[in-house]
Design a protein around this ligand. Structure first.
Ligand code: HEC
Length: 106
């Protein structure tokens, strides 16, 4: 329960920061998709480092060559080890918008 609330507070806080930073609706929806489907593996930057988990998106967007085209291609392919997830196309676009927002605001 405590982790649940901590997660909720983190989401609300980052939504406030995002809207202040001028994130568009698509990026905000993309963040909701990430919270729902990607957090079982991808940690938040504030989480303790854990070798069993996937890196935070804030770090991924800093890697060389990670532009919009890269993420669009990535999200339309199977994502190993998460081969079973299927997002709607609109959700994929929103996730890319969110990743672009993270990249621009870093
Ligand atoms: C079952 C665990 C798991 C889930 C769930 C998961 N991922 Fe990943 N993801 C990984 C692993 C493992 C990597 C590889 C780690 C790395 O690139 O350092 C990765 C890497 C990535 C990368 C980096 C690709 C690159 O080449 O730099 C992106 C982008 C990504 N995931 C997006 C997502 C999105 C969006 C979701 C939710 C829709 C998601 N992942 C859900 C495990 C997962």
């Amino acid at each position: 329960m405590r982790t649940y609330f901590a997660g909720l507070i983190a989401i609300v806080a980052s939504l406030l920061i995002m809207s202040e930073a001028g994130a568009d609706d698509s990026a905000i929806r993309g963040q909701a998709v990430v919270e729902q489907w990607c957090r079982t593996c991808h940690v938040r930057p504030t989480d303790r480092a854990n070798a069993d988990m996937a890196p935070p998106f804030e770090a991924i967007v800093q890697r060389p060559g990670r532009d919009r085209a890269y993420f669009e291609k990535f999200l339309w392919e199977d994502h190993f080890p998460m081969t079973t997830y299927r997002l709607f196309d609109s959700e994929r676009f929103d996730v890319v918008a969110y990743l672009m927002f993270l990249q621009e605001s870093n």
